[in-house]
Design a protein around this ligand. Structure first.
Ligand code: HEM
Length: 484
């Protein structure tokens, strides 16, 4: 007779065999088996996930598309898409729900923020609540506030130029991140963080380590439950609690504000059970991050592209000079919105160097056909907007910086706006798009109106992605000199 141990070993071996057979069957005969990709991706997502954790997916993804075409399998149920029709279907036409990755980055599984909410009905409700803070009339009311922050920025730059008696090298990546954080906090939380003035990077470092942790938490959910491991938000919480209690004190004194923070506090006061203090914290973290690094990086990338394309820089400067002939002319929302070359430059920069470089991820709700492939329910589909925006089937000279393509046909082809999604698309597109565009126009026009900008050679443009892209070298220097 067999002993218990022998039976157990046989049962274990049988179970292992069954699992291996299932994996092999799915790898070679399942509907996804027809999709090209690295062989290892048929069995496991790990090699791909390691690249994601290292922040290297934006460098590896394009190589995979070059090798395998616009649809690539990187895991048993993990597919990357760079094809325009596929991306349109996933994000806009079928508007698939967000994948579980977004749920995994919640600190408390029951507390979702606008970005981590995957339930469509609850999401709609959250978005409706916030819409007053993004209406055109509300945004127009922020103009004076943005000006105040930009004035501090120019004052700091002027001082640095004066001290250097001419040109000075500035880490534009850092000062612009401080500026957009100041704008975001002034517009949404009732007071600027004053980071441009203080040049204190502590807060940005806290944000950056938070974003690194999110990348880890998204893959290893258990980390946050390990004893002794602090929550990703532990340092940001202190800052947020300070801001919220200051606002509550102001409310007690009858001081009224109408910004994003107020919407969160009012929602909490009306229903403290379903919208808790933790909800306020999660939403504020989202806005601090979504609203600052994104815009500052877009501005930095735009300057980088202009400095590497001097004739485009001259063309833009000529447009700004003719719209604002004196350096004392105020740069306004209304005027910059109508400057065709400025807007074309911003579009072209966001086409070539969008912030979301490494896939906007969704979950397939029901088996469907995409790009001729059968994609089963629960497959994770990543839409690579950055690849689509450089697709040579859509864009002439896709790797060249040609703002003109946004003004008239370039080489007989008009810019395809359906293949341009720097703010994502569909129901989960960026709520802050108009806020960001208004801010970007003011910042870029002000910089060109007041300063000569010059390339600092020998710098690396290499990027890493942890939620948003970062310069691997940690800075991006630009020469700055007051214009005569
Ligand atoms: C140039 C600047 C910006 C770019 C390129 C950008 C881009 C994006 C993209 C691509 C998404 C979708 C991400 C995803 O689905 O995973 C997004 C979402 C979001 N953005 Fe922006 N953004 C910018 C500025 C802003 C600003 C200034 C704010 C706030 C004032 C903001 C607030 C948000 C929020 C709250 C979401 C989440 C929306 C949701 O999940 O439904 N963004 N942004």
């Amino acid at each position: 007779m067999y002993g218990f141990t022998t039976i157990f070993i046989y049962a274990l071996a049988a179970e292992l065999c069954r699992r291996c057979c299932r994996i092999l069957l799915a790898a070679f005969t399942g509907p996804l088996s027809k999709i090209p990709g690295p062989v290892i991706g048929k069995f496991t997502s790990w090699p791909w996930l390691i690249q994601v954790i290292k922040g290297n997916q934006m460098n590896i993804g394009p190589r995979l598309f070059q090798k395998y075409g616009p649809v690539v399998r990187v895991g048993p149920a993990d597919i990357l898409f760079a094809d325009k029709a596929a991306i349109q279907k996933i994000l806009v036409e079928d508007d698939f729900r967000k994948s579980h990755d977004y749920e995994r980055i919640r600190e408390d599984p029951h507390v979702a923020s606008l970005i981590t909410e995957t339930d469509k009905v609850k999401y709609k409700q959250k978005r409706r609540q916030l819409s007053p803070a993004f209406s055109i009339s509300y945004l127009n009311g922020l103009e004076a506030l943005m000006h105040e922050c930009i004035q501090v920025f120019t004052r700091v730059l002027d001082t640095k130029c004066n001290e250097a008696h001419g040109a000075v090298v500035i880490d534009m990546n850092r000062i612009l991140a401080h500026l957009t954080s100041d704008v975001m906090s002034a517009a949404s939380f009732g007071g600027s963080f004053n980071l441009v003035e203080s040049d204190d990077n502590t807060q940005m470092n806290i944000f950056h380590s938070y974003m690194r942790r999110l990348a880890l938490d998204a893959q290893f959910t258990f980390i946050k439950y390990l004893p002794g491991v602090p929550l990703a938000s532990s340092e940001i919480s202190v800052l947020i609690n300070r801001i919220v209690s200051r606002r509550r004190q102001e409310m007690e004194k009858g001081i009224a504000k109408k910004d994003i923070l107020q919407i969160f506090i009012d929602t909490n006061d009306a229903d403290p059970v379903s919208f808790t203090d933790k909800h306020i914290e999660e939403e504020m973290i989202l806005f601090m991050i979504a609203g600052s690094d994104t815009t500052s990086l877009t501005a930095t990338f735009t300057l980088l592209l202009l400095l590497n394309n001097q004739e485009k820089l001259r063309e833009l400067r000529a447009e700004i000079d003719s719209a604002f002939p004196s350096q004392d002319d105020t740069i306004t929302f209304a005027k910059t919105q109508d400057l065709p070359y400025l807007n074309a430059v911003i579009n072209e920069s966001m086409r070539m160097m969008p912030i979301v470089t490494a896939g906007v991820v969704r979950l397939v709700p029901e088996t469907t056909i995409i790009c001729g492939y059968e994609i089963p329910k629960d497959t994770i589909v990543s839409t690579w907007i950055s690849e689509m925006q450089r697709d040579p089937r859509i864009w002439r000279d896709p790797n060249s910086f040609i703002p003109e393509r946004w003004i008239s046909n370039y080489k007989g082809v008009a810019a395809d706006r359906k293949a341009f999604m720097p703010f994502s698309a569909g129901s989960r597109n960026c709520i802050g798009q108009q806020f960001a565009l208004k801010e970007l126009r003011l910042i870029l026009a002000t910089l060109l109106q007041r300063y000569e900008l010059s390339l600092v050679p020998g710098q690396s443009h290499e990027l890493r992605v942890h939620t948003v892209p970062w310069f691997k070298q940690g800075f991006y220097n630009i020469g700055v000199k007051r214009r005569e």
